[in-house]
Ligand binder design. Structure first.
Ligand SMILES: NC(=O)c1ccc[n+]([C@@H]2O[C@H](COP(=O)([O-])OP(=O)(O)OC[C@H]3O[C@@H](n4cnc5c(N)ncnc54)[C@H](OP(=O)(O)O)[C@@H]3O)[C@@H](O)[C@H]2O)c1
Length: 317
């Protein structure tokens, strides 16, 4: 595993991290979830990404990891990073959502209880809250660190201007934002415009989520939509989007084969290419085969300028 410095901080993240958004909740097979976590750790994945609402049901992915920690992984606590977030709908009533001090601190305490840990390594504001003063949300993050509930703070899905202001407030508070988590993939390239230059300037790390566009940038949908796939299972990935992207996906797949690798490996390696400032790519997996295949991206050949041009041309077609 390659470990990359997270912005200007002292923190190193594995180039590939594991996300527990899907396939780790109470509706998943526990034995499979446990195997995936241990396999990931054995392959050098030291960073496990959660949020209060991951499941289903919400909260149960944290409970799954808590169970695995209690049954052995806890002895490696100092070798792993556990990250969680608050800011999307989690419980009923006016305090179960968004970016108030009340929501963030209560949610962090709930996450610590579900995980059975004293602290998380990074606590994120999961999304900007247009109704709560930015100062309040940032002060809550600062307090979460100062009170020992988290070691670092991060932001997720903040647009450029709000991210810039939020990072400035955090810096003044003395709890710098070490990482920004954003959607980035061959199919979603907006961060290249403003966010990447901003984070490079201020020295904030970048963690990209949904690097395979929820499975589209793999062989998963080349022959249609399998029954057990995310596009068939839930509403997060629309089958109409899968169909619409398929012509590009097939061309990318052919290029990956020419490079001697799978499409998922090429899609992950493309994100980790320099000078793109991605510190870590958070993959989601539903099987050990997917995990092993995606880790193969670390052995991908470097991209030639011609290959990068071919990829751009396919994506713009
Ligand atoms: N900050 C935020 O707001 C936010 C939002 C979304 C995600 N995230 C984080 O990012 C993590 C990853 O997101 P994601 O799950 O959308 O990532 P992703 O890697 O783009 O998609 C994962 C899905 O792709 C399929 N897949 C993965 N590897 C494959 C392979 N080698 N071959 C074929 N199919 C493969 C699997 O789908 P099947 O299940 O169909 O097999 C898997 O569940 C999440 O777990 C979470 O931690 C954060």
């Amino acid at each position: 595993m390659e470990y990359r410095r997270c912005g200007h901080s002292g923190l190193l993240l594995p180039a590939i991290s594991l996300g527990l958004w899907h396939n780790f909740g109470a509706s998943a097979v526990f034995g499979q979830a446990r195997r995936l976590i241990w396999e990931a750790f054995d392959r050098g994945i030291t960073h496990f990404d959660l949020a209060n609402n991951y499941g289903p049901p919400p909260g149960s992915a944290e409970e799954t990891l808590g169970h695995i920690l209690r049954n052995g992984l806890q002895r490696h606590r100092d070798e792993i990073l556990i990250t969680t977030k608050a800011g999307h709908a989690m419980w009923n009533g006016p305090y179960g959502d968004w970016g108030s001090r009340k929501h963030l601190i209560a949610s962090c305490d709930q996450s610590l209880r579900r995980l059975g840990v004293d602290y998380v390594d990074i606590f994120y504001s999961h999304r900007p809250d247009p109704e709560t003063p930015l100062e309040e949300t940032m002060q809550a993050l600062d307090y979460i660190v100062r009170s020992g509930r988290a070691l670092y703070v991060g932001l997720s899905k903040y647009p450029p201007d709000t991210a810039r202001n939020a990072m400035e407030i955090l810096k003044q508070l003395g709890t710098p934002c070490v990482v920004h988590q954003l959607r980035y993939s061959m199919l979603v390239r907006e961060p290249e415009q403003e966010l990447f230059p901003l984070f490079e300037t201020v020295g904030c790390g970048v963690v990209s989520f949904s690097p395979l566009a929820q499975g589209q940038l793999s062989e998963r949908y080349l022959e249609g939509i399998p029954n057990n796939s995310r596009a068939a299972r839930n509403g997060f990935l629309k089958s109409a989007d899968v169909q619409a992207n398929l012509p590009k996906i097939k061309k990318l797949h052919r290029l990956a084969l020419q490079r001697g690798e799978s499409l998922s490996q090429m899609a992950i390696a493309w994100q980790l290419r320099r000078p793109v400032p991605v510190t870590s790519v958070i993959v989601g997996v539903s099987s050990s085969e997917q995990l092993q295949q995606n880790l193969g991206a670390l052995e991908s050949p470097a991209f030639t300028p011609e290959e990068l041009q071919q990829i751009d041309a396919i994506l713009q077609s």
